[in-house]
Design a protein around this ligand. Structure first.
Ligand SMILES: O=P(O)(O)OC[C@@H](O)[C@@H](O)c1c[nH]c2ccccc12
Length: 261
């Protein structure tokens, strides 16, 4: 079993357990459930930088990245930097995140917030909504086309933006459908952890123009972004490059300043 299979197998168990502990009614009664959502796709289209900055404490590929900073401080720093959106890892076992992190980020900023999670069930979309998310991620590598359709349509009915993540042509071809807002190309292979922005470049011509293109992972300098912009990318998901520093927010401020100049 590769790491992705392991994460997803655990996720199915986790979701079953949570369903038995926290009923849907309780999620729906959250004060955040009816909050108006902010569209990340729109924010990216209106930005000339398009950075989506991530909060990630650790990962299976890197182990510890940063266990010291507070998620609110990071969120505020990212907002000050002028990012288009923030991604918050909510997986606990492999990434050290939680839905509380999402809630805390929500309490700190008005940015579009992405729940970064291995989504396999509609229940997780209700959780995302109840904890203040505006956007959800769907990973083509772990979902059948029918699941992508069902989950993305349910997300749209909740006014959540949908970012669909692919890593190769086959995943891209099986996933294209009108209920997606953004197509993300993950430069990191989630099974082997190899990273290259060439993956984004190669797949760029096959992404229909109706989707906002996002390049994810392994972006650590502004040259990479300027290069990817030539291939039509409008969103750039960056985690480690900010999180590995003592002050991720300040690092984002510096990065975006350089990107604009
Ligand atoms: O830290 P990086 O290399 O900048 O990558 C951020 C983000 O793209 C990465 O965390 C990610 C992309 N897709 C995912 C799916 C699940 C977990 C994590 C991810």
């Amino acid at each position: 079993m590769n790491i992705l299979d392991k994460i997803v197998a655990d996720k199915y168990k986790e979701v079953e357990l949570k369903k038995s502990l926290i009923p849907v009614k309780q999620l729906e009664s959250s004060v955040l459930f009816d909050k108006q959502t902010h569209s990340l796709a729109t924010a990216l289209q209106n930005s000339d930088t398009g950075v989506i900055a991530e909060h990630k404490r650790r990962s299976p590929s890197k182990s510890v990245i940063n266990q010291k900073v507070s998620v609110q401080d990071v969120a505020e720093g990212y907002e000050t930097a002028g990012v288009s959106g923030m991604s918050v890892l909510t997986d606990g076992k492999y990434f050290g995140g939680s839905l509380d992190d999402l809630l805390l980020a929500r309490s700190a900023v008005n940015l579009p917030l992405l729940r970064k999670e291995f989504i396999i069930d509609e229940y997780q979309l209700l959780e995302a909504k109840a904890h203040g998310a505006d956007v959800i991620l769907l990973i083509a590598a772990v979902l059948e086309r029918e699941q992508i359709k069902q989950l993305s349509e349910f997300a749209k009915s909740l006014s959540l933006d949908v970012l669909l993540e692919v890593h190769n042509e086959e995943e891209l071809q099986k996933s294209i459908m009108p209920s997606l807002d953004m197509l993300g190309v993950n430069n990191r292979n989630l099974k082997t952890f190899t990273v290259s922005t060439d993956v984004s470049k190669t797949l760029s011509t096959q992404i229909p123009d109706d989707f906002v293109k996002v390049s994810e992972s392994g972006i650590s300098n502004i040259e990479a972004i300027k290069d990817l912009q030539q291939y039509g990318y409008q969103g750039f998901l960056i985690g480690e490059n900010f999180m590995k520093t003592e002050n991720p927010g300040a690092s984002a401020v510096e990065f975006i300043k350089n990107l604009q100049s």
